[in-house]
Design a protein around this ligand. Structure first.
Ligand code: GDP
Length: 521
């Protein structure tokens, strides 16, 4: 491979407002500043681009695009994959998580664990993604650090192993105790907007003045953690049993350098990936990648379609012809791009861990594998159990053609799941979503992108189970239940409530009723 720099591909996840955008920008700017200062070749003027990205998110209110921010740090290539930032529980987040090797979880020191924090931790556990936890906003009053650790342990059932410990309570952030060296990393406040917060490392014996009391307190708590054996262990971190914790203030750039260092030191890079049927690819093997997100309408002029793929193995060279696993057909990659906010640039080469955007990728679907060499197919990106259901009809009958086309497109992109049955007919498919905001995206895009206003009306179902053709027959006529089919052919049984789903399963043991991974609740 011609680029041997190790990769770190991760996502920052959090409950909204915990500081995801702030820390993303801080990480990128910090790396850039270091690169410039250290004469490591920077990658053009990233500053404007980063701000653009944020501006776009703000203008839209919700971030619908998802792209990877790539920068170099300490000899590594860091790929920060963006996740949607809105408060709704969206399937997009989970797809993005299938493309990363680790996650950074931000927790707001003042608010503690919030609903999305818990859900996201659960999804990481489900997918086996190691998590580094950052307690953010330590510059503001908040909970006590030991209390926060207890909450993580109790509510998430993952053992927190702090690597740093705050010196000064929340709202009085003097710095941190580096639990591995016993040193004090003292922060100095700078005027707002500086990219690097000055840090000074000193031994315990050098701590003086009004820092002394709060330092002693931090040492005491550190010793308590020691007694409790709450110390970092790389094996249990990688297996998801423990989460290293650090304390930061993204707004003041405190802890940002440490987070980058931790990512480089501890976060896993790309590794051996299992395909279906026992096939395996090592990062150094021939090229393979899987699509984790498909998006259209980036360029409204020609409604191009972009498929984001995560490289699993081998080197990608723009122009190479790969095999599209699902159809077995060749796929030309002349138009591969790195996508970053509004800016797209052609990518010439990319490596395991990197994210590429493939333009005009009309044949590619979420979950598809592309490869060279022997056939490989990666397991499908899991779809989460929908809990909200609506029937959709064309708001303007004269635009039925546009309606059909729009629904088909949104289905392919995975904006919602589309369910159909002979009974309901094609004029009014059922849309299924994990979070209600997905419906708003559908309404908006149907109107503006496909020129077909859409009428949605709520269906009284709350629970979905996977069944099969026999199950569909067996369930016919049962009350509070309806079977429909996803576009991929999967039979989905909808129930009015959990009770009915359980009772049906109990009374009809011969009928397949399989739960999907739960997202909500
Ligand atoms: P996101 O929704 O997770 O992307 O959160 P943002 O990055 O947009 O931050 C939400 C709000 O919290 C903004 O007003 C930020 O300025 C503020 N914020 C982010 N990090 C910090 C921090 O470390 N300290 C303080 N005091 N405010 C912060």
């Amino acid at each position: 491979m011609s680029d041997s720099r190790p990769r770190r591909t991760f996502a920052v996840i959090s409950h909204p407002d915990a500081g995801k955008s702030t820390i993303t920008e801080a990480l990128a700017l910090h790396a850039r500043a270091i690169n410039e200062a250290g004469a490591v070749h920077g990658k053009g003027d990233r500053k404007a681009t980063v701000s653009d990205w944020m501006a776009m998110e703000k203008a839209r209110g919700i971030s619908i695009t998802s792209a990877a921010l790539q920068f170099e740090y300490d000899g590594h290539v860091v790929n920060l994959v963006d996740t949607p930032g809105h408060s709704d529980f969206s399937e997009d987040t989970y797809r993005v998580l299938s493309a990363v090797d680790s996650a950074v979880m931000l927790v707001d020191a003042g608010k503690g664990l919030e609903p999305q924090t818990l859900k996201l931790f659960r999804v990481c556990a489900l997918r086996g993604i190691p998590v580094i936890t950052v307690i953010n906003k330590w510059d503001r009053p908040g909970l006590s650090p030991l209390e926060l650790m207890d909450k993580i342990q109790e509510q998430i059932k993952i053992r927190p192993t702090p690597l740093t410990w705050p010196v000064g309570e929340a709202g009085d952030f003097r710095g941190v105790l580096d639990r591995r060296t016993g040193e004090f990393i003292k922060y100095t406040r700078t005027a707002g907007g500086a990219t690097i917060a000055p840090e000074r490392r000193m031994g315990a014996d050098q701590v003086e003045g009004d820092d002394k009391d709060v330092w002693d307190n931090a040492v005491e708590e550190h010793e308590l953690l020691d007694l409790d054996e709450a110390n970092h262990d790389q094996t249990t971190f990688l297996s998801g049993e423990t989460t290293p914790v650090m304390f930061a203030s993204a707004l003041q750039n405190f802890g940002v350098a440490q987070l980058l260092d931790l990512l480089v030191e501890l976060a896993p890079g790309p590794s051996t990936t299992e395909g279906l049927d026992g096939a395996v690819r090592e990062p150094g093997d021939e090229f393979s990648a899987f699509v984790f997100k498909v998006q259209s309408g980036m360029n409204t002029a020609h409604r191009d379609r972009l498929a984001y793929a995560r490289i699993v193995s081998g080197e990608f060279d723009r122009g190479m012809v790969v095999t599209h696993g699902t159809t077995g057909r060749p796929f030309a990659t002349k138009f591969a791009q790195t996508v970053f906010g509004r800016e797209t640039t052609s990518v010439e080469h990319a490596y395991p861990g990197d994210i590429i955007g493939l333009v005009n990728a009309n044949a590619l679907r979420v979950g598809d594998t592309i490869y060279t060499g022997p056939k490989i197919a990666y397991p499908p990106v899991p779809s989460f159990a929908p809990e909200h259901f609506m029937t959709a009809t064309a708001g303007d009958i004269g635009r039925y053609k546009q309606f059909r086309k729009g629904i088909e497109q949104l289905d392919q992109e995975g904006v919602v799941q589309v369910l159909r049955s002979d009974l309901r007919g094609d004029q009014s498919p059922v849309l299924a979503a994990v979070g209600p905001l997905q419906f708003e995206v559908v309404e908006d895009r149907m109107l503006h992108e496909f020129n077909s206003p859409i009428r949605l009306s709520r269906l009284d179902y709350q629970v979905a189970r996977i069944t099969d053709a026999e199950g569909a027959l067996g369930l016919r006529g049962k009350r509070g239940c309806e079977v429909l089919q996803r576009t991929d052919g999967t039979y989905v049984a909808l129930f009015t409530d959990q009770w009915r789903a359980s009772a049906t399963a109990r009374d009809n043991p011969e009928i397949l009723l399989e739960a999907m991974p739960a997202g909500g609740a």
